[in-house]
Write a protein that binds this ligand. Structure first.
Ligand code: ZN
Length: 317
């Protein structure tokens, strides 16, 4: 078994920013295995038996069965409640400042090592089972990226995906069914008020700026640019992730259509179940559907970072 640190590209940012789409596109490239949101593997996948991106319940997916065997000699050896306890102690936005220090405080050291160790074993097993050199995981939360920063077995790079805040706020206000759950048609994606989304958008994105200051390689890309010119954005990400030059790497993109194979993603938005040709279309519904008062509120609460990310320079893009 390969014992070198596993190369992980962590897709970060606030939910509803297009991370599932990016995850799926990255997973189409040679040498890359994209597995969705590993942070939800424990409770949703193992605990609740939600669907893998291939459509099968997590516990019946051959890919994840092999990963579990490789990582833990079977998923039955993982104490999901223990992972949940550790997550509370480590993987929360309120712990970020402690994990950003040059030296990890003693009070969090053992919990963090144990918690990050679960992820490292999953990533290493994914590398082994898939044969891919790079594992893409799209858990998004900055706090997990800060925790992985301390994992000696993980060679971490972070791709921060941003989407203009009014679009994110509008998306969080919509009612979207979750097809992830077996035998329950009444499960919905979480909703959130524009004010709360704005504050979280600012906090999560500022956290990735802080992470970059700790010398973790962080690259920022915009959802709007990904949809407008996917080949250019994917090419930049390949370079950032130090993937070898390969002119065929983006051959699954034809104009504004991406051709997706079945993926084995744990959690994400419903498009993780899509396969075949998928039309890229920038979701601009907020421009006509988000009430003006809410748009102004979101804009005001997120103004400094919108400026920094170029959203006020190119409002029509
Ligand atoms: Zn699967």
């Amino acid at each position: 078994m390969n014992t070198a640190p596993v190369r992980v590209l962590f897709v970060g940012g606030l939910g509803r920013s297009g991370s599932t789409l990016l995850d799926r596109m990255l997973g189409e490239m040679p040498g890359v295995c994209a597995v969705g949101e590993v942070v939800h593997l424990w409770e949703r996948g193992l605990g609740n038996g939600e669907r893998c991106g291939c459509g099968l319940p997590f516990g019946q997916c051959e890919f994840w069965l092999r990963v579990g065997k490789e990582a833990f000699d079977g998923w039955s050896n993982v104490d999901v409640r223990r992972v949940a306890v550790l997550r509370q102690r480590v993987d929360r936005t309120r712990h970020i400042l402690r994990m950003a220090l040059p030296e990890l405080p003693a009070g969090i050291r053992a919990d963090l090592a144990e918690y990050a160790g679960y992820y490292a074993r999953v990533y290493q097993a994914v590398r082994q089972v898939s044969g891919c050199d790079l594992v893409v995981e799209s858990s998004k939360h900055a706090s997990l990226a800060f925790a992985l920063r301390w994992a000696p077995d993980v060679d971490l790079r972070v791709l921060q995906l941003v989407r203009d805040s009014p679009g994110v706020a509008h998306s969080w206000a919509k009612q979207v069914r979750r097809p992830d759950v077996i035998d329950d048609g009444e499960e919905w994606m979480a909703r959130c008020s524009p004010a709360k989304v704005s504050l979280q958008w600012a906090a999560q994105n500022a956290a990735f700026d802080l992470l970059a200051a700790t010398r973790v390689p962080v690259r920022r890309e915009r959802y709007e640019d990904l949809v407008a010119d996917p080949i250019a954005v994917l090419g930049r990400i390949r370079g950032f992730a130090q993937l070898p030059h390969d002119p065929t790497a983006t051959s699954f993109v034809t104009g504004d259509v991406v051709h997706l194979k079945t993926g084995h993603t744990v959690s994400g938005n419903p498009m993780r179940f899509a396969s075949g040709p998928v039309q890229l279309r920038r979701d601009d519904a907020w421009r006509s559907e988000l009430p003006v008062a809410r748009r102004r509120l979101v804009s005001a609460l997120t103004l400094p970072l919108r400026l920094r990310y170029g959203y006020l320079r190119t409002p029509g893009k």
